[in-house]
Design a protein around this ligand. Structure first.
Ligand code: HEC
Length: 129
């Protein structure tokens, strides 16, 4: 093997070795504590503080973001991991024209599990399940 090829091979391996864990980490779904009982009442407060400005105080959306009381967000299409990933990594606009959602800092995976419980509860009330 010539030096040039060897060098690009090494560069490739190094890049992959550094890049993959970073990628893997950002796509790893944050996990709530084992045994956590997600609580919709706790979730409601967290939602109103962190999400309602865009997703609407009654989950009906706003000028900044989409409603969760919408068939797009049935659990079978956007499962609970989608909430963990959205908060951690943000969301690239794909369903709507509001633009991207930025990551929301300062929330633990447990907080997000409570928020998700609140969203699911409200969805069930309007028959989205
Ligand atoms: C600054 C506005 C904004 C805030 C604050 C915000 N979101 Fe979003 N969110 C958006 C927008 C816009 C989209 C839609 C992206 C698209 O076009 O699909 C979205 C989409 C989502 C999705 C769908 C993800 C997917 O895979 O399609 C989830 C889940 C979500 N948000 C959860 C949350 C939660 C939970 C919070 C609060 C902790 C929150 N968002 C706060 C703007 C926001």
């Amino acid at each position: 093997m010539s030096h040039r090829i060897l060098r690009s091979a090494l560069l490739f391996i190094t890049t992959a070795a550094i890049g993959l864990p970073v990628l893997a980490q950002s796509w790893q779904v944050p996990k709530p504590s084992p045994g956590l009982m997600p609580n919709a009442t706790t979730g409601k407060k967290l939602f109103e503080k962190n999400c309602a400005s865009c997703h609407g105080i009654n989950l009906k959306g706003s000028k900044e973001g989409p409603p969760f009381l919408h068939p797009y967000y049935v659990p079978s299409h956007h499962g609970d991991p989608a909430f963990q990933l959205a908060v951690k990594n943000g969301v690239q606009a794909h369903h709507w024209k509001f633009g991207d959602m930025k990551p929301v800092p300062g929330l633990s995976p447990n907080d997000v599990a409570h928020i998700t419980a609140y969203v699911r509860y409200q969805q069930r009330l309007v028959g989205i399940k």
